[in-house]
Unconditional design. Structure first.
Length: 158
């Protein structure tokens, strides 16, 4: 089971002890893409969808999701979130939600960025489902992370 830090010597899941790790600046950026039909794109670029400001709801949901990650992902540590930036962009095929999370802590914020992007995407679907039942989350990916033992990572196909 080497390489899987959340498994003990017996192969059982456990929460990693980070007490001895150094506090360092850490940052992670993740992206989700919600594929929607042309009617929704037109509404988002114009007067909006019937339920209200879908872009603002997705942005706030992404921030809220980021802050609740340790409640949702069983082995994540609750950490101090020092900053969250959310960019919600309407594109020709859908909505791109990009979340960047910052902290100074003993463990990284990759899961917080991924969770924020995912929750923002799900909120977008909730806002448009009355117009487009086929709306779907098309991707959720980690784009970049920095800080900590494993250093800097940048997704090559971003």
């Amino acid at each position: 089971m080497s390489g899987f830090t959340h498994l003990d010597e017996s192969g059982d899941a456990h929460m990693v002890d980070v007490a001895e790790k150094q506090v360092t600046d850490r940052r992670a950026t993740a992206r989700a893409f919600v594929r929607v039909g042309p009617d929704v794109i037109e509404m988002l670029r114009g007067s909006g969808v019937p339920k209200g400001d879908a872009l603002a709801v997705a942005r706030i949901a992404a921030i809220a999701g980021t802050k609740r990650t340790s409640d949702l992902i069983p082995l994540c540590h609750p950490i101090a979130i020092h900053g969250v930036d959310v960019d919600v962009e309407v594109e020709d095929q859908g909505v791109r939600i990009t979340v960047t999370v910052r902290t100074a802590d003993r463990t990284g914020v990759e899961m917080e960025a991924l969770t924020g992007a995912s929750v923002g995407a799900l909120a977008m679907i909730d806002m448009v489902k009355g117009v487009d039942r086929s709306a779907m989350v098309d991707e959720v990916v980690l784009l970049e992370k920095s800080g900590g033992r494993s250093g800097h990572y940048v997704r090559e196909d971003s």
